[in-house]
Design a protein around this ligand. Structure first.
Ligand code: HEC
Length: 154
C-alpha cells in the first residue's frame, strides 16, 4: 500500500515533466496542417514545400485573436481560413457576405467546425505559445520517436 502511494506521488510529481503528453488538440493541430507551415512544434516553418509561417512559441496572443486567425485566416497572406462557414455564414475581418464568394486574397481551407477550431486554439494556448525553446522530451513525445532528427538537433 505504502509503495503504491509512493509510486502514485512520484507519478503525480513527474506529470509536468512531460508537457507534450496526450492533449485533445494535438490530433487537430496535425490534421489542420499547422505543422506544415509553422513547424511541428510551432517553432516556425522551415519547409521548402510550404509557406513559412512565423514562430508561434514566442506568441502572446489571446484566445479571441487566435480563434479569429484560425477561423478567418489573414487575407493577403498564406495563413488560411479553416472554419467551414468562414466568410459565408460567419463574419470575418468585419465582413459578412452570406451569398458572395470568398475574396480571392483569402487562402481558404475551411473544413473544420467551430468546436474543432476551439480545440486547436486550446492546444496552441496550452502547448505552443510561450513555450520557448523546444525540450527534448517535448520533441520526442511529438514524433513518438526519441531518435527523430528534429529531436537530435536540439
Ligand atoms: C499554408 C501555411 C499555413 C498553415 C497551414 C497555417 N498557417 Fe498560420 N500563418 C501562416 C503564415 C504565412 C502566417 C503569417 C501571415 C502574415 O504574413 O502576417 C501565419 C500566421 C499565423 C498566426 C498569426 C501570428 C501573429 O501573431 O501574427 C497564427 C496565430 C497562426 N498563423 C496560427 C496557425 C494555426 C494554429 C494553424 C493551424 C490551425 C495555422 N496557423 C496554419 C501560414 C500558415
Amino acid at each position: 500500500m505504502m509503495r503504491a502511494l509512493t509510486l502514485l506521488t512520484l507519478l503525480l510529481l513527474a506529470g509536468p515533466a512531460y508537457p507534450q503528453e496526450a492533449h485533445p488538440g494535438l490530433a487537430l493541430w496535425k490534421a489542420f496542417g499547422c505543422p506544415d507551415c509553422h513547424g511541428a512544434l510551432g517553432q516556425g516553418g522551415a519547409s521548402v514545400e510550404f509557406p513559412k509561417g512565423p514562430n508561434l512559441r514566442r506568441g502572446y496572443q489571446d484566445r479571441a485573436f487566435l480563434t479569429e486567425m484560425v477561423s478567418c485566416g489573414r487575407p493577403g497572406t498564406p495563413m488560411p481560413a479553416f472554419l467551414d462557414v468562414a466568410y459565408t455564414q460567419r463574419m470575418c475581418a468585419g465582413w459578412l457576405r452570406p451569398n458572395e464568394p470568398v475574396p480571392p486574397e483569402v487562402n481558404r481551407l475551411g473544413v473544420f467546425t467551430a468546436a474543432e477550431v476551439a480545440a486547436v486554439v486550446q492546444y496552441v494556448l496550452d502547448r505552443i505559445q510561450g513555450m520557448g525553446e523546444i525540450s527534448p522530451s517535448e520533441c520526442a513525445a511529438f514524433y513518438g520517436d526519441a531518435g527523430h532528427p528534429d529531436c537530435a538537433r536540439r
